[in-house]
Structures are given as structure tokens and as C-alpha cells.
Design a protein around this ligand. Sequence first.
Ligand SMILES: C[S@@+](CC[C@H](N)C(=O)[O-])C[C@H]1O[C@@H](n2cnc3c(N)ncnc32)[C@H](O)[C@@H]1O
Length: 430
Amino acid sequence: MSTSSIFSPELATLYKENNVKGIEEYVTSCIDDNGGLQSERFVRLNPRFCKDETLNLLKKEVASVFASSTDDLVKEMKMPMLKGLDFFSIPGKFSLQKSKIYTEGRIYGQDLSSGAAVAALSIDQKCALSNEPFKALDLCCCPGVKFCAIADLIEGMRKASTIEGFSGDVVMGVDIDPQRLYVCKKIVKKYHFDSLLASGSDCKMNDCDRNVRLMLYNSDGANFSVQNRGELFFDTVAEKEELKSCKTGNNRKRMNKSARARERKRLKALEKSENLKYNQDSNQDGFFDRVLVDAECSTDGSIKHLLERMKKKNDKDVGPNEKLSTKILSSNKSGNLDELHKLQRNLIVAGFQNLRKDGVMVYSTCSLSRYQNEEIVRHLLETFTNAFIIPFQSNDVEGFDGHAFLSDWNTIRFTFGKFGGFFLAKIGKR
Ligand SMILES: C[S@@+](CC[C@H](N)C(=O)[O-])C[C@H]1O[C@@H](n2cnc3c(N)ncnc32)[C@H](O)[C@@H]1O
């Protein structure tokens, strides 16, 4: 079967040029008559809740939907690469939207390749040895599942450390799109605050005082620096203050116009006072210990994106006779892949400039195109003599059933399929 039969010419060309085969068969086989997913999907446990408690609840929910033993239906994902992230596979037909524990914020829906991008930042015990606050940057952070996972790994690293009373760790998230930032803010609030306030879980809100700070900025990642951060859109420290001053935190009303204006004013004032602190800490080598550049891309590797488009085939959005494409390819048409490539180059350069010496940066996309992946990394290596590839090892791709493999310079490629087509490069700074 030729890939051009269901794909738009742009998408078919992209696959052909990158020698990607078998996608049409895969996409078609994934979807059932009702538009549901045939294969498995993946969830990650929110570490703010007791793991056993959440796992029991997940098994109960899955068992009640599928009326069978959950032994084969809920499986722990034990890939060495994903250690510490608590991923589980569940049936693709299990609806997260209808799940109580998902609505409560006990589990995230997240692809394994997306988890691998965060794991590749190597936020481990060694990071806890320094007495300095740990600082991470997520340059294209929305909707925010990786952003939350970075915070989770930092908190996990601190909890496992013997150094007590540590504070000052921060993750800054940047995105250019305010609409997507609203979604991200909702996600952070759901997983970091609302879920804990609403539940009778063992986790205490007080624990949050020693937690990592999450700050969201509405800014162009290509120009972002710690001295030039743009508009502070959300901050967990400000949110905690708001919650403390609010007697019935879990009954908070939706913000009206004046409350939103007050929040903006408060964030502006806060940002002004924080400016001095962060600017003082910055130096010429860059400010952040870890940087993730999960760049805007043509999303051609993402089964989720393609299936969403497939489901919309009968909508106005994608007319019934139109071929399957991704949002970016269909809205940009030909020629604009060059603009995307330029943006990706600018983002990886900005990410690298924000990285401190000896820090780790990950560049990732859910595209399978070399133009958006290897060529972007090559540009960085050619531009900065102090940039180098940190090669992944063979155990980093272990357990992914042949869907992940070491590629050029020992970067990682996930093939299109159940884990999500994805590219990952790990970069160091001398
Ligand atoms: C692939 S998505 C990121 C997904 C995110 N890392 C996650 O895991 O949820 C790319 C994001 O880049 C953002 N973006 C596009 N151009 C940008 C720019 N110049 N600066 C910052 N963000 C940008 C888009 O709005 C989009 O949210």
C-alpha cells in the first residue's frame, strides 16, 4: 500500500524522504469502529500520592471497565531509561476522561517517548550533591506534561537525598502561546494543588513548602534568557500564598475579571522582586543545570496527533475528501517547513545559551524528519565549539521492544508506533 493513499502530499513526501514505512497500515490498525484506540496507552503516577494507593485504584477502575483480571491489563513499564517515573500501560480503550483517578490528578496520560525526553535530562542523585539550588528550563513547555515530570524528578531527587531542609529549586517553563499556557497552568494546578486539597491522601500541602518552584513565562523561547524572561504567567509560590490566604482552598471560585487583574498585578510585583535574585545568580556560562527544548515540529511522528486528525475527517476542519495531515503541515503548506526549521535552530541555540557549563540539554521533537532533528543538532554543533553530544547507551533503549534505537551520534529515535515516534538528542556544554 502506498503512503500517499490516505496522507496529504506534504505528509506523504515527508515520510518518503525520510524512508519511514508502514505508517498507513499502523494508523489504520490502531483505530476501532468507534474511533477508540485498539492498542495500549500509558499513564504515569503522580508522586504526590501514595503509589500503592493509586495503583490499587487504577487496577480497580480498569477491572470494572473490562470485567476481568487486571494482571495483564495494568503493567509496570520497567525500561531502565524510565526509572523513577512510574509508568504503567493500560488498555487503549480505557477512557481517561471518564476515570476518577485521572480527574483527581492521581495519574497523568503520557507517552513513553515523552517520558524518555525528561529522563534523558539525567536528574539523579548526583544532582543532589551540590548545595546550590537546582535550576531547570523547559523552553517550549505547553501543555506541560514534561514540565510537570521535570518537577517530579527534581522533587524525587531531593527526597532521596540526605541533605535536609533544601529549598530554592526552580523549573521555568516558557511558551509563546498564551492559550496553551492557560492549559499548562491548569495542569500544574491540577497535579500540584487541587488534587491534594481535594483528596484525603496522606500527602500534605505543607510538604509543598520544600517543593520545587514552577514558574511559567509567556515569552519567545528563541529570545529567552534569565535576564529577559518576559511576562510571568504563573508561579507556584504565588499560588501557595493565595491558597494560604484562602480559608476554603478547595472551594476556590473561578477567577472573575478583577481577580485575574489582581493576580497579574501580584505576579508583576513578584517578578520585579525576584529579578534581582535571579539576575545576580546568572553568569555568562548560562543559568540552568538542565534545559529541555521540546521544539515545535510537524508532529508527523505522533500517533495521537494523527488519530485526532483522523477522527476529525468528517468535520469541517478536515473535509471528508481531504487526506490526512498534521495541523502544522496542513496550515503551513509547502515552503514553511523552512520557517519551522529556522525556529528550531533558534530554539536549540537559545536553549544552549541558557545552559550552564557542565549542564545537560535535551533536544526533542515528535517528528521523524531529519530536517527537524539531526540537522538542527548539527547546526548547534557547528555553531558552538563547546557543544558536544552526550551519547546514549544501549541500555537507554532497552525494553522498548525494538521501537527505540540508537541513531546518528548515539541519539535516540523512537519509530512510529505504540510509544510515539520521537527524536532525542542529549547535549553537553564544555
Ligand atoms: C511540542 S509542543 C511542546 C510540548 C510540551 N513540551 C509538553 O510536553 O507538553 C511545542 C510548543 O512550543 C511552543 N512554541 C512554538 N514556538 C515557540 C517559541 N518561539 N517560543 C516558545 N514556545 C514556542 C508551542 O506553543 C507549543 O506549545
